[in-house]
Design a protein around this ligand. Structure first.
Ligand SMILES: [Zn+2]
Length: 515
């Protein structure tokens, strides 16, 4: 059944519950059972199964026509079908395997900077026309440019390639990957007390059409696997975590084995059992390759997203062309990296994914835009319009965001520290994304004394401000590495990667347990 939403207008709770209870196109069953169900449905309906791919040019143009019939600057149709599998292994047991299919259509109208949005998981033209009419409501009485005819723009899948797509791999084989990781983590050390393994993959098909004549389709996979390990000794418990994945196929696991992933998570947990109290105060901090990416994503990247820039909420709103960091700082958001979690052939508005240099040698060069923020600021979209699902309006989001590698020697940046901290893992924290103020929890940290890494420390936190840290980075190494991220913004989650080579902050506040 359809669910409609108009920005700024709430559906009364009772009405919402009624709509919710009517359900949607959400199936929870094993693929074997599901194939049986779909088979019988297909037979009963004479071989026709409604799919977003059935939406033809005339359907899309008719819906865009309806969406603009009260006026408006821009109308867009976004259709999505997502099939996903999730395996959860915990306490040495296969807790559950989920297999779900979700599909639906979201229709948006923009008029005078206001957005009307409605969505439906009923794909009949009758319901979709009603959905278009709801989205159109926002535009009452405004004028706008005429709709252009759709030009088909099927784009080749550019940023992922696989010999063995995961949708052809049986669930038993996916569960076997989780079992292999579980066994490795448990066998690593007798002090390993808890192991949790999650395997997730999805295939997402999208169709986007808009009143500017754009008509594009895309299909992309997403796979994610993680190991979370708790080690225990006496009253001390420590956690280790490692994840891997991207827009990959089953062949990915030949080189990136579940064993290596699980061993790394177990190593972190066991090594940290010997951790001592963390030092505190201002000191130099070295971040190991890949570990500081979160800092750039959270305390710099969000401040460069077009919606915050337009609203002048960001520290960077009026700093284009100005120096915002040391010469060593070049930050990119690159949707064109092969097989990465945040890579995009097209974004969720049909704009091709792009490589953007946001900050070059310390100078602020560009912001990240979706269509709305681009319209508001009179620039072009940078292909950063993303949404969690057809139920959500797109907003400016990052893709693969990273600090570009430099030329400094990773050993030298430790050897020249008299008293400091080496950070090999950050496990969360709090960030004010617009001002860049942050508190990050160090999950794996080591004391540096007289140029040497001496012992692991527990419960250290890094307290600082992104824009200030950018001025204090005095070494950047050559080994760029990435971590997988789940970026949350406005209630929507986006798949991203965060990257950085090893780098050093000359002075930052470390909050520790030892004064
Ligand atoms: Zn984020």
């Amino acid at each position: 059944m359809r669910k409609k939403r108009l920005q700024g207008k709430k559906i009364p709770r009772r009405e919402f519950l009624k709509k919710g209870a009517q359900g949607g196109v959400i199936l929870v069953a094993s693929p074997m059972i599901l194939r049986g169900v779909l088979g019988s449905v297909a037979e009963a309906s004479g071989g026709e199964v409604m799919s977003i791919r059935d939406l033809g040019r005339r359907d899309l143009e008719q819906l865009l026509e309806m969406a603009l019939n009260r006026g408006g600057d821009y109308a867009e149709i976004f259709a999505e079908r997502r099939v996903y599998t999730r395996v959860n292994l915990e306490e040495d047991k296969l807790k559950n395997i989920e297999y779900k299919i979700r599909q639906g259509v979201g229709i948006r109208v923009i008029a005078d900077g206001k957005s009307g949005y409605a969505h439906s998981d009923d794909l009949s033209m009758e319901k979709l026309k009603e959905t278009a009419a709801v989205a159109a409501y926002i535009a009452s009485g405004t004028a706008g440019p005429a709709r252009k005819d759709l030009r088909s723009g099927d784009r080749p899948d550019k940023y992922w390639r696989t010999r063995e797509p995961l949708d052809g791999v049986p669930e038993s084989q996916k569960a076997a990957l989780a079992w292999r990781a579980n066994r490795t983590a448990r066998d690593y050390d007798s002090r390993v007390a808890q192991v949790r393994i999650v395997y997730y993959d999805q295939f997402r098909d999208i169709v986007v059409a808009n009143s500017r004549g754009l008509w594009a389709q895309d299909r992309s996979p997403q796979c994610w696997m993680m190991a979370s390990v708790v080690a225990q000794e006496g009253g001390i418990r420590q956690r280790g975590f490692k994840s891997m994945g991207g827009r990959v196929g089953y062949d990915f696991f030949a080189e990136n084995t579940p064993e290596d992933m699980a061993r790394e998570a177990a190593r972190q947990a066991v090594d940290m059992l010997a951790a001592r109290e963390a030092p505190s105060g201002q000191m130099p901090v070295v971040l190991a390759a890949g570990r500081g990416g979160t800092m750039f994503h959270e305390s710099i990247g969000h401040g460069l997203e077009g919606d915050g820039i337009f609203k002048k909420l960001s520290h960077y709103s009026d700093k284009l062309g100005q120096r915002v960091g040391s010469d060593l700082i070049t930050v990119l958001d690159d949707a064109t990296l092969m097989g990465k979690r945040g890579s995009l052939t097209i974004d969720d508005e049909g704009t091709p994914g792009q490589r953007k240099v946001l900050i070059e040698k310390g100078i602020l060069k560009r912001f990240m835009h979706d269509n709305l923020s681009a319209m508001q600021l009179k620039v072009e979209s940078t292909g950063n319009g993303r949404r969690e699902s057809f139920r959500d309006m797109p907003i400016p989001r990052m893709t693969n965001t990273f600090l570009a590698p430099g030329h400094d020697d990773p050993q030298e940046m430790i050897h020249t520290v008299d008293s400091g901290l080496l950070v090999k893992g950050i496990s969360g924290g709090q960030v004010h994304t617009m001002t860049g103020e942050f508190v990050f929890r160090v999950s794996e940290g080591y004391r540096i004394e007289k140029g040497k890494v001496t012992y692991p420390v527990r419960d250290a936190i890094l307290i600082g401000n992104g824009p200030e840290v950018m001025q204090k980075i005095d070494r950047v190494g050559p080994n760029l590495d990435f971590t997988l991220g789940f970026c949350g913004k406005a209630g929507q989650t986006a798949a991203v990667t965060e990257g950085a080579p090893e780098f050093r902050i000359s002075a930052i506040t470390v909050g520790g347990t030892k004064v």
